[in-house]
Write a protein that binds this ligand. Sequence first.
Ligand SMILES: *Cc1c(COP(=O)(O)O)cnc(C)c1O
Length: 390
Amino acid sequence: MARSSSGRDKGVNTRLAHLGNDPHDFFGFVNPPVVHASTVLFPDAATMASRNQKYTYGTRGTPTSDALADAVNALEGSAGTIIVPSGLAAVFVPLMAFLSAGDHALIVDSVYAPTRMFANTMLKRWGVEVDYYDPLIGGGIAALMKPNTKVVFTESPGSNTFEMQDIPAIAAAAHAGGAVVMMDNTWATPLYFKPLDHGVDISIHAATKYPAGHSDVLAGLVSANEATWKRLWDTFVSLGIPAGPDDAYQVLRGLRTMGVRLERHQRSALDIARWLEGQPGVARVLHPGLESHPGHALWKRDFCGASGIFSVVLDAGGQKEAHAFLDALEIFGLGYSWGGYESLAVLVNLSDRTVARGSYEGPIIRLQIGLEDVADLKADIGKALAAARA
Ligand SMILES: *Cc1c(COP(=O)(O)O)cnc(C)c1O
């Protein structure tokens, strides 16, 4: 059971408790060693010349990074996983691996904003053509495919507004056109959606969020299928950006409890989302686990859970009312990122979107529901709603 290759018939929390390292590889200590490494020594000149040994240099992996990568491969069903220093690095390394000057990339318009920034600056500067597409496009993406379309980038649900994408339909059309399909799967984690089982080639995670889970680590994970793994690995080695061993260790440590944390995030967030639908001052709640959400059927078909972040649309007002809401909060912190144990709120800004701007009744406020008690969180939000209406 300690080996990542075994235990597929076991429950997810059993697997999370044991995936990755085998304690008996290191004197029986339950956790793997944190190996700080640049140089690795070779026993003789011939081995040095052939590099025929398991570890050769710190940028190419250590027992610590292997323990995390093996655990993630077992969860994602991937051929290989790279561990990089941030979620944003986990986005740009695969894009760099599969795009060259003269290529075309299709990126979902509801994408994480810094992904768009990378595409609009770096990718365009390097001569890659970028188009954004409607998150609801489904198989209709076939009409946007060009002969030089090499990457179709998805993220579902979308950042901040939580549009659900029909991933299997998009992947089928993208593959028919010869493109590699990537998915930013940070919201669901591999526990609630397995991209590679739905036609995606490369699954991307900001491990900063639920895997690390404590708002104190930046890390990214990229997991590839057989067909894309070698090119991803070669790009990773060319760029030389492995996450540090302490951060890789902290992400593996976080995985051990991610199942139970997510259960609580899911339950609290759904409870609060349902409650919010009946509160004065609320126009709608953007949470795919709600029956009222336009993407609910897709979520039910493909996903097996929901994490703890969603948005609420106020029924009127603008920035002034949104700021009154945010300033009235006492438990929710005002801050970016999410996936930690504490609740957070942020005013959503959709001004960079080109296709999926949508039409909203009032300001959109994104809530990350932490592990606090739901009654306290509801009381905090209730005060904020009253402040926005005052
Ligand atoms: C936060 C986030 C990232 C980036 O992660 P960092 O570790 O903060 O760089 C990427 N994608 C999504 C969807 C995110 O929410």
